[in-house]
Design a protein around this ligand. Structure first.
Ligand SMILES: [Ca+2]
Length: 87
């Protein structure tokens, strides 16, 4: 009787650990998204596409458009893309 109770408790602890690893940790990781900077992008175009996908030019959470002209990372190398919308 006592042994089976310990087994049940061990199984519950294991299940709780699985929930923690599988469910909670990825959620925490996505909530703390890494801040991106212009050197993280290989080109101006890739920075611009990322900027537009994350709310640019209205929102610029990564501060890729320091002069607020709607164009991210002007000093990054080619290829360039100065569009203000993705489509
Ligand atoms: Ca700019």
């Amino acid at each position: 009787m006592f042994k089976s109770t310990r087994k049940v408790l061990a199984a519950a602890a294991g299940a709780a650990l699985i929930v923690l690893v599988v469910v909670l940790l990825p959620a925490a990781a996505s909530a703390q998204r890494r801040d991106m900077d212009c050197p993280d992008f290989s080109s101006q175009k890739s920075a611009q596409i990322y900027f537009l996908k994350h709310g640019g030019p209205r929102y610029d959470p990564d501060r890729l458009d320091a002069d607020h002209d709607g164009i991210a990372c002007e000093d990054n190398p080619a290829p360039y893309f100065y569009g203000k919308r993705l489509h």
